[in-house]
Design a protein around this ligand. Structure first.
Ligand SMILES: Nc1ncnc2c1ncn2[C@@H]1O[C@H](COP(=O)(O)OP(=O)(O)O)[C@@H](O)[C@H]1O
Ligand SMILES: C=C(OP(=O)(O)O)C(=O)O
Ligand SMILES: [Mn+2]
Length: 517
C-alpha cells in the first residue's frame, strides 16, 4: 500500500512546491514564529527543546528483529503499538492541510534516499527544506521513506504503550517515520540519520556522526563527536571548504554528506569567535528557542528557554563550502570529546588500535540541554560518538572504520574540547582559539614533525608543542594546580573506561591494550 494511503491522506490535502519565502510567510501568519531583525524565523518549541531518547523507538518485526541491536538505545516497539499510534495519526491528519517537502538524504547519487517529509507546521517545513538535500524536481509522490512530523499530536503515554506524550518511531518495513508530541526539529534530522545508519552498512558504507571539510588542496578532515563537542563549530573554518556539519557516509570513493544544511548551536554565539555561523543567521534560517526582544534583537547569551538554542541554514549560507557536498578519502580524523573530568589531554595522537579503542568507547559528556533532563555535563560512553543514532550493533560500524583507516592510512587524533586545568566547576572549557590552533596543527601536518610524550594514565601520545598554544595547557598534569587531585581524577576516569570496555568481550587484545593503563 502506498504510504499516503496508509496514513489516509488525500492528494488534495498536500501543500507542495512552496518556496522558502512562502513557507516562512505561512509560519509567521499562522503564529508559529517571528522574524528577527536579521530576517531569521525564530520559533519556540515548548517543552521539548532537545532530543528525547527515551521516546525514540524502532518497530521490531521480521525485518529488524535480527538486524537492529534492540535495547536501551534502540527501544523496540511492537507492531500493534505502532498500529495504535498510526491510527491516532490517521485521525489527526484527516482533512488537515500538510506541507510536503520532497527531499533527499545522501549527496552520493548511488547511495541516496528519496524522502518525503510531511509537516503540519510551516516552520518545520522550512526546517526540512533547509536541512535536507533538495529534490523538488522529483515527479510524482513516490519516495523511499516518508517522515510525518506532527508536533501538536500528543500521545497518551502508557495508555498508548509508550513512555510519554512524545514519540519518534522508525518503521523500516512500512518505510515510515512517525513523530509526534515534540517540536524539536533535531528529531526530524536525526531520524533520517538513523535510517541511513541502518541501511548503508548493508552496502559496505560506513555512516558517521561527524562533520567534514576539505583543504584547498582537497585533503579531507572528519570531526567526530557527540552533541555539543564542536563538530559544527570547528568544521566552519574560513581556511577550508565545508562539506557538511553532522552526518556523512564513507564509501569506496570517499565521503559524502547526508544533508544539505547545518544545525548549529547558538548559545553564547559570538561573531568574533564564530563568524561563519553568525553570518548564516539571516532570511531563510530557522532559529529554535533563541530569546528575541520586542525589536527583533536576538540575545544569544540568554539560555532561559534552553541551553540548546539552534539555527538551521542551508550549506549555501556558508561562503567557503564544497559545492558537491562530497570529498575524497579523509587524510585526518579528529575525535572530539568534551571531557568534564578535565584530564584528557587537549590533543593527542592515536595509533590505529587506539583509534579503534576510542571509536568504540566514545567517551564524552552529554552537555546541558542536548537531551531532555541534562542540565550539567554528564559522563557518557557513546560508542561511535553517536550511539543514539546507530541501529545496528556497534562492532559492525567499528569493523568498517578499522578497514577504512587502515586502507587509506588516515591519521587519527583525540581532541578534548571540554575542560582543562581542572574538572568541570574548577577548570575551564579549553578556549576555542586554542582548540582551533590544535586542529590547524593536526591538519597542516605540523604534528607529524614534533616530539610526543606518553600520558601514563591514558596511554595517549601528547605533542610537546603546538604553535600558538601555551605548552602547559597541553599536559593536564601541568595545567591542574593540584597534582594529587589530577592523579586521582585521571585514575577514576581510566577505571570508567575499562569498566565500559568490558561490554566488548570479543575485541582483539591489541585494541583493548591501546586503552588506558
Ligand atoms: N574548545 C572548544 N571547541 C569547540 N567548541 C567549543 C569550545 N569551547 C566552547 N565551545 C562551544 O561549544 C559548542 C559546540 O557546539 P557544536 O559545534 O554545535 O557541537 P556539535 O556540532 O558537535 O553538536 C559551541 O557552542 C561552541 O561555541
Ligand atoms: C541535532 C543534534 O545533533 P548535534 O548536536 O550533534 O549537532 C542533537 O543531538 O540533537
Ligand atoms: Mn552540530
Amino acid at each position: 500500500m502506498s504510504t499516503l494511503k496508509l496514513l489516509g491522506i488525500e492528494e488534495n490535502q498536500l501543500l507542495m512546491g512552496y518556496s522558502v519565502g512562502r513557507l516562512i510567510n505561512e509560519a509567521v501568519r499562522r503564529g508559529e514564529g517571528t522574524l528577527t531583525k536579521d530576517g531569521a524565523l525564530n520559533i519556540e518549541t515548548g517543552q521539548y527543546t532537545g532530543r528525547s531518547p527515551k521516546d525514540r523507538y524502532i518497530v521490531k518485526d521480521e525485518l529488524t528483529k535480527d538486524t537492529v541491536a534492540f535495547g536501551k538505545t534502540n527501544l523496540p516497539m511492537e507492531p500493534q503499538v505502532f498500529a495504535g499510534l498510526l491510527g491516532k495519526a490517521r485521525a489527526y491528519v484527516k482533512e488537515k492541510p500538510l506541507y510536503l517537502i520532497k527531499a533527499r538524504a545522501g549527496a552520493d547519487p548511488k547511495h541516496s534516499l528519496r524522502i518525503n517529509v510531511l509537516c503540519e507546521d510551516a516552520a518545520q517545513a522550512v526546517f526540512s527544506k533547509q536541512i535536507f538535500l533538495k529534490d523538488e524536481e522529483r515527479e510524482g509522490l513516490e519516495a523511499d521513506f516518508t517522515v510525518v512530523a506532527l508536533p501538536n499530536l500528543k500521545a497518551e503515554g502508557p495508555a498508548d504503550g509508550i513512555h510519554s506524550e512524545a514519540f519518534i518511531v522508525l518503521n523500516f518495513t512500512e518505510r515510515l517515520v512517525l513523530i509526534g508530541g515534540t517540536k524539536y526539529s533535531g528529531e526530524i534530522k536525526k531520524a533520517v540519520f538513523s535510517l541511513m545508519n541502518y541501511l548503508l552498512p548493508a552496502e559496505g558504507i560506513l555512516p558517521m556522526h561527524c562533520s567534514a571539510n576539505m583543504g584547498k588542496d582537497g585533503s579531507v578532515a572528519l570531526f567526530f563527536g557527540l552533541s555539543g563537542t564542536g563538530k559544527t563549530t570547528l568544521s566552519a573554518d574560513p581556511k577550508r571548504l565545508l562539506i557538511g556539519d553532522d552526518e556523512h557516509g564513507w564509501s569506496s570513493s570517499g565521503v559524502f554528506n547526508f544533508e544539505g544544511g547545518c544545525y548549529a548551536k547558538c548559545i553564547n554565539l559570538d561573531p568574533e569567535k564564530e563568524r561563519e555561523i553568525y553570518d548564516a543567521i539571516r532570511f531563510g534560517a530557522v532559529l529554535e528557542n533563541v530569546v528575541v526582544d520586542d525589536n527583533g534583537h536576538p540575545d544569544y547569551c540568554d539560555g532561559s528557554l534552553t541551553e540548546n538554542t539552534r539555527c538551521t541554514y542551508p550549506l549555501e549560507f556558508i561562503a567557503e563550502r564544497a559545492e558537491e557536498k562530497r570529498g575524497g578519502h579523509p587524510s585526518t580524523i579528529l575525535f572530539l570529546t568534551a571531557d568534564a573530568f578535565g584530564v584528557i589531554p587537549p590533543i593527542s595522537k592515536l595509533t590505529r588500535e587506539g583509534a579503534m579503542y576510542h571509536f568504540m568507547s566514545g567517551y564524552t559528556s552529554k552537555l546541558a540541554g542536548t537531551e531532555r533532563g541534562i542540565v550539567q555535563p554528564e559522563t557518557t560512553f557513546s560508542a561511535l560518538f553517536g550511539e543514539p543514532f546507530m541501529p545496528r550493533c556497534i562492532e559492525e560500524y567499528a569493523h568498517l572504520l578499522g578497514e577504512l583507516i587502515e586502507r587509506e592510512e588516515t591519521e587519527v587524533y583525540l581532541i578534548n574540547t571540554g575542560w582543562s586545568g581542572g574538572a568541570y566547576g574548577v577548570g575551564q572549557r579549553t578556549p576555542l582559539k586554542y582548540t582551533r590552533l590544535m586542529v590547524d596543527a593536526a591538519l597542516s601536518g605540523a604534528l607529524s614533525e614534533v616530539d610526543y610524550v606518553k600520558d601514563d594514565i591514558f596511554n595517549l601520545a601528547i605533542p610537546t608543542a603546538v604553535s600558538g598554544v601555551p605548552s602547559e595547557l597541553l599536559h593536564p598534569e601541568k595545567s591542574w594546580k593540584d597534582p594529587k587531585s589530577y592523579q586521582e581524577t585521571a585514575k577514576e576516569l581510566a577505571e570508567r573506561f575499562k569498566a565500559n570496555f568490558s561490554r566488548f568481550p570479543n575485541v582483539a587484545q591489541s585494541i583493548v591494550g591501546a586503552g588506558p593503563f
